[in-house]
Design a protein around this ligand. Structure first.
Ligand SMILES: N[C@@H](CCC[C@H](N)C(=O)O)C(=O)O
Length: 309
């Protein structure tokens, strides 16, 4: 934030009318979210601007996003709806770590089911609570068709989707990009050495905001294949910048890596381990139904009441 925006934020908090909101703070591998219980509402009780302010790590609660647990639509097909704002106030379609936090939040609120049918902007998503307290999420089918990702990068004829296409960013740096959507867009880039081959703080934002190639902006995943069943990944998220983990990004990466023959497709039921700065996620892209399953933890950090402007 520029000093003037920061000053305005302090002023707006100081000028609080006393309105406040109850929240709970959760994290999935350090990807952290403010959860709001809006189960009696159809729409979020906070604006994108209020959410952005609450996500600020100095002047708010701090978080990579705000997640709202909302009423299910009346069609009877769902248990709940979920919406999310990124820490910059933009609204993504889905969030993988967020949906595990959402499921744990529901459980902690007393909605003690084994699984939930959640209505999201990316379609139906189903988190299942495991006995070992991890959560496995049916993340649905990956979207590989370029215009639907959306990306303007040309499809690679061999794969009929965007696989390692050459692209030059605004700094003149050349990349080989694969594009996959898990409801939200991901640009996947393989490097030999994650520590040496990228300038994360420069390359991440240069690609995130490259609307010529990704008209809705994109999440950017830099990846290093460690073995046929293990990949390391660093993520620069759309609307949130560097985060410790990204569930949708991890799913997109495993799909992209299998399609590009970077790793073999594991046998049905076997999973690929993806190591992120915040820890490991386990991903299965099931051949029999084309759906992606993500397993990992979600934990309550603290609860509180926040002042609103
Ligand atoms: N951290 C998330 C993704 C959140 C949304 C993303 N920043 C976007 O704008 O698409 C995850 O775990 O999937």
């Amino acid at each position: 934030f520029s000093p003037s925006r920061t000053t305005r934020r302090i002023a707006s908090l100081a000028a609080s009318t006393g309105d406040s909101i109850e929240f709970a703070k959760y994290e999935g591998l350090g990807n952290d979210f403010i959860l709001i219980d809006d189960r009696d509402r159809d729409t979020p009780s906070l604006t994108p601007e209020q959410s952005e302010r609450l996500c600020h790590r100095n002047f708010g609660i701090g978080g990579d996003g705000v997640i709202f647990a909302l009423k299910a639509p009346e069609d009877g097909n769902y248990d709940f709806s979920m919406r999310i704002y990124n820490s910059d106030g933009s609204e993504p379609e889905m969030c993988g770590n967020g949906i595990r936090c959402f499921a744990q939040f529901l459980k902690d609120l007393g909605a003690d089911a084994e699984s939930y049918r959640v209505n999201t902007l990316a379609g139906p998503i189903i988190p299942v609570m495991n006995p070992d307290s991890t959560i496995t999420v049916d993340m649905g089918e990956p979207i590989l068709d370029g215009p639907k990702v959306p990306t303007t990068l040309a499809p690679n004829s061999e794969f009929n989707s965007v696989v390692e296409q050459t692209h030059i960013d605004k700094n003149g740096k050349e990349w080989k990009i694969s594009a996959v959507s898990m409801g939200n867009p991901h640009a996947i880039i393989y490097v030999d050495d994650l520590e040496k081959d990228i300038n994360f703080e420069v390359d991440g934002p240069a690609l995130e905001g490259d609307t010529g190639a990704f008209p809705a902006k994109t999440n950017v995943e830099f990846c290093q294949v460690m073995s046929p069943t293990h990949i390391k990944m660093k993520v620069w998220e759309r609307g949130a910048g560097p985060t410790l983990a990204c569930g949708t990004g991890t799913c997109a990466l495993v799909v992209a890596a299998i399609r590009a023959n970077k790793i073999p497709r594991p046998a049905e039921g076997e999973r690929v381990r993806v190591t992120l700065p915040g820890g490991d996620l386990f991903i299965e892209w099931r051949e029999s139904n084309n759906r992606v399953y993500m397993s990992g933890p979600a934990k309550l950090s603290f609860k509180g009441t926040a002042l609103l402007k």
